[in-house]
Design a protein around this ligand. Structure first.
Ligand SMILES: NC(=O)c1ccc[n+]([C@@H]2O[C@H](COP(=O)([O-])OP(=O)(O)OC[C@H]3O[C@@H](n4cnc5c(N)ncnc54)[C@H](OP(=O)(O)O)[C@@H]3O)[C@@H](O)[C@H]2O)c1
Length: 352
C-alpha cells in the first residue's frame, strides 16, 4: 500500500443559528480557537471494554436554573476530557453532564456542575436529563450494534422531546453500513436518524484514537514485536485530548449547525512507522509483524473480551488494513486553531 496522504475539505453545509451565536458570544473566551496547552494524561490501555451492564438508577434532583450545555458519557474517557476542556475554556458557562452512575461523578458535582442521571436504555431518565438544555453532546455508547442503534435513537428522540436546541454527536470516520467494522453501521444509523429528526445538529466523525495504540506498544515493549492485523494499512490517528478540545470548541462556538467534521490527525501512519517510532523513543529494537485477523481475534477472546467486541475489533482492523482510515483532513486543525498532535508526539509523551 502506498504511503498516501490525502487532504479533504470539510463536508456538510454551513448554517447559522442566532441562539447559538448568543451562547457563543457569552461563553467563549477571547482566543478560544487559538493554540491551547491541552496536554492530558494518556491512558496505557487499548480498546478497553467497559462492562456492558445496567447501572443502578437514581432520580434526578429538581433543578432551578437553566442549563446550556450537557455532555453525556461524562464518566467515560472522552466525555471527561470534553468537560475538562469546557471548564478551562468557559468557566462561567452553565454546564451539566448526564451519567449512568452519578456517584462516580462526585468530583464534577463538587465543582458546581449539574450532574444528572441519564441512561440511553431508559427514555425517562433522558427526558429528565435533557430538560432545559440548549446544546447537547451525545457521546456514542459502547453496546453491541443493535442495542446501541436503539440507544442512540432513544437519545435523539429524548433530545427532540425536550426541545434541545442543538445536538452534537460523536460519530466515527467512514460511517458506512457496509463497512467491515460493525460499529460503523451504528454511526451511519445515528447520523441519518439525527439528520431526519429536525433537530439542529453537528456531526463529529472522530478518527481512530492515537491513545488506542498504547496498549499495542506496551505489549511490543514486553515482546520486542508490535503485532497487529494491520498489513500495510495506514491510519490518521488523533489523540482523545485533541478530539475533546475540538469538541469543546464546537459546543461553545458558532457556525457549526448542519456541519459534519472529519476529525483526523495530521498524517496517515502505518504500523511499521509506529514500530520505528517506538524504537526511536525507547532505544529498543521493535519489529512490526502483521498477524492474521483470526489470530488477533483468538487473542482477544483469550483475554476475555465478549464476542461482539472481538468481532468488532477484528472488523476494525480489516478496515485499517484496507486503508479506510487513512484519509487526512484539515477539519481538526480548523476547530483547534492549530495542527492536531502528531502520533510521534503522543508516543513521546507516553514513552520519553
Ligand atoms: N474513535 C475511536 O478510536 C474510538 C475508540 C473507542 C470508542 N469510541 C467511541 O467513542 C465513545 C467515547 O469514547 P471513550 O474513549 O470515552 O469510551 P469510554 O471511556 O468507554 O466511554 C464510553 C461512555 O459511553 C457511556 N455509555 C455506555 N452505555 C451507555 C448508556 N446506556 N447510556 C449512557 N451512556 C452510556 C459510558 O457511560 P458510563 O461512564 O456510565 O459507563 C461511558 O461514559 C465510545 O463509547 C465509542 O462509542 C471511539
Amino acid at each position: 500500500m502506498s504511503p498516501t496522504r490525502s487532504i479533504t475539505s470539510r463536508t456538510g453545509h454551513s448554517a447559522r443559528s442566532p441562539s447559538h451565536s448568543i451562547v457563543a458570544s457569552r461563553w467563549l473566551p477571547p482566543g478560544a480557537y487559538g493554540p491551547q496547552n491541552c496536554r492530558l494524561a494518556t491512558r496505557r490501555q487499548v480498546f478497553i471494554y467497559r462492562g456492558y451492564e445496567k447501572r443502578p438508577t437514581l432520580e434526578s434532583e429538581p433543578r432551578s436554573r437553566v442549563m446550556t450545555i450537557l455532555v453525556t458519557g461524562a464518566n467515560g474517557q472522552l466525555g471527561r476530557l470534553v468537560v475538562d476542556s469546557l471548564r478551562r475554556r468557559a468557566p462561567a458557562a452553565p454546564l451539566a453532564v448526564s451519567v449512568r452512575d452519578p456517584g462516580r461523578a462526585g468530583d464534577l458535582a463538587d465543582a458546581g456542575i449539574d450532574v444528572r442521571h441519564g441512561d440511553f436504555d431508559t427514555a425517562d431518565t433522558l427526558a429528565r436529563a435533557f430538560a432545559d438544555i440548549d446544546t447537547l453532546l451525545i457521546v456514542s455508547g459502547d453496546a453491541p450494534v443493535e442495542a446501541r442503534i436503539r440507544q442512540h435513537r432513544t437519545a435523539v428522540d429524548a433530545a427532540r422531546a425536550a426541545g434541545v436546541g442543538r445536538v452534537v454527536y460523536t460519530s466515527f470516520v467512514d460511517p458506512r453500513p457496509d463497512s467491515p467494522f460493525p460499529f460503523a453501521a451504528i454511526h451511519a444509523d445515528t447520523e441519518v436518524y439525527l439528520k431526519a429528526s429536525g433537530l439542529a445538529y453537528t456531526l463529529l466523525r472522530n478518527g481512530v484514537y492515537a491513545d488506542n495504540l498504547l496498549g499495542f506498544v506496551g505489549r511490543a515493549l514486553e515482546s520486542g514485536t508490535l503485532a497487529a492485523p494491520a498489513g500495510d494499512g495506514k491510519v490518521a490517528f488523533i489523540s482523545r485530548a485533541d478530539l475533546a478540545e475540538a469538541t469543546a470548541n464546537v459546543l461553545l462556538g458558532d457556525g457549526h449547525v448542519g456541519r459534519t467534521y472529519e476529525l483526523t490527525g495530521p498524517a496517515a501512519i502505518g504500523f511499521q512507522d509506529v514500530a520505528d517510532a517506538v524504537s526511536r523513543h525507547t532505544g529498543r529494537e521493535i519489529a512490526y509483524r502483521s498477524i492474521p485477523t483470526a489470530a488477533f481475534e483468538d487473542g482477544l477472546t483469550q483475554a476475555g473480551l465478549p464476542p461482539f467486541m472481538v468481532t468488532a475489533l477484528g472488523g476494525m482492523f480489516r478496515s485499517v488494513a484496507t486503508g479506510d482510515y487513512r484519509t487526512v483532513t484539515t477539519d481538526a486543525a480548523g476547530l483547534l486553531g492549530r495542527e492536531p498532535e502528531s502520533l510521534d508526539a503522543v508516543l513521546a509523551r507516553a514513552l520519553d
